[in-house]
Write a protein that binds this ligand. Structure first.
Ligand SMILES: C[S@@+](CC[C@H](N)C(=O)[O-])C[C@H]1O[C@@H](n2cnc3c(N)ncnc32)[C@H](O)[C@@H]1O
Length: 253
């Protein structure tokens, strides 16, 4: 039986709504290690997320699942918590979709901070969007329709990107888009010490890119999104992409 057939059968037997294949890989030889600072930050954010409720966001959904109520497992409460704990002045999101994560981020920001969310689809054209015109009224939330995998567009927004204290990457999740975005970030230069959060790092197309990140990083999936949540501490001084030479892998089916 092939893997996909097995997964479909299992999903049915277990009553699973959504199942994706993933892999488990060794940590000792990962080119990017968790730093003490990231571990402490994640612990504070997870602890804060436990006390956060976002019923006003769930109310914007017309039917269950009410994603912001689900934690751990979905990332909305963790996003709000991370903003409360890190108090970034500017957040960049790549991947607006319905706008739910942008609202969760805005919810946790200090009054003087703002979020700019990028997508290739304008929010009003996204199915089941939850954003409303009044969400933009205070100018603390802005959407820019642009594809930052395009190097020229990335250069056009370089000054804005370089101002960001925190960047949330939740877009194509095919691994290649994220690699291009990271190459563009390196080329234009992000703020030293900016915090990056990646969604879906446990998905098969995403795990190679997550593995290659050679900066301080931490997988905090257990306190984020079930498909994978990762934090990275950015530095212009370290090439983001690295592979630890290995004598040969043990791969078990
Ligand atoms: C999974 S959704 C984002 C979900 C949202 N962040 C949330 O948590 O509620 C992915 C979004 O990424 C957008 N996207 C795909 N490729 C993109 C790109 N190159 N640049 C910006 N957005 C992109 C898609 O249009 C889609 O809206």
């Amino acid at each position: 039986m092939d893997l996909l057939t097995l997964l479909r059968q299992l999903a049915g037997e277990l009553g699973v709504r959504h199942m994706l294949p993933s892999v488990v890989i060794s940590a000792d030889d990962d080119p990017g290690k968790p730093s003490r600072e990231l571990i402490e930050l994640a612990l504070r954010a997870a602890s804060r997320a436990a006390d956060i409720q976002l019923p006003h966001l769930s109310q914007r959904l017309s039917a269950p699942p009410y994603w912001p109520d689900i934690w751990p497992g979905e990332h909305y409460r963790l996003l709000t918590a991370l903003m409360q704990v890190t108090r970034p002045r500017l957040v960049i999101e790549i991947g607006t979709a319905t706008g739910l994560s942008a609202l969760a981020i805005k919810d946790g920001l200090p009054e003087s901070s703002s979020i700019v969310t990028f997508d290739i689809v304008p929010w009003r054209d996204y199915p089941d969007y939850v954003l409303r015109p009044e969400d933009f009224a205070d100018n603390r939330l802005q959407q820019i329709v642009a594809d930052l995998t395009n190097r020229n567009l990335a250069k056009q927004y370089a000054a804005l990107l370089a101002e960001a204290d925190l960047l949330f990457v939740d877009a194509a999740k095919d691994g290649s888009m994220e690699a291009t975005i990271l190459d563009n970030f390196s080329a234009i230069g992000l703020k030293e010490g900016a915090l990056l959060m990646f969604d879906d790092i446990r998905m098969i197309p995403m795990f190679p890119i997550w593995r290659r990140i050679a900066l301080p990083k931490l997988d905090l999936t257990s306190f984020g999104h079930w498909s994978g949540t990762g934090l990275v501490r950015w530095s212009q001084r370290i090439p983001w992409c690295g592979v630890t030479p290995s004598a040969g892998a043990t791969v078990q089916a």
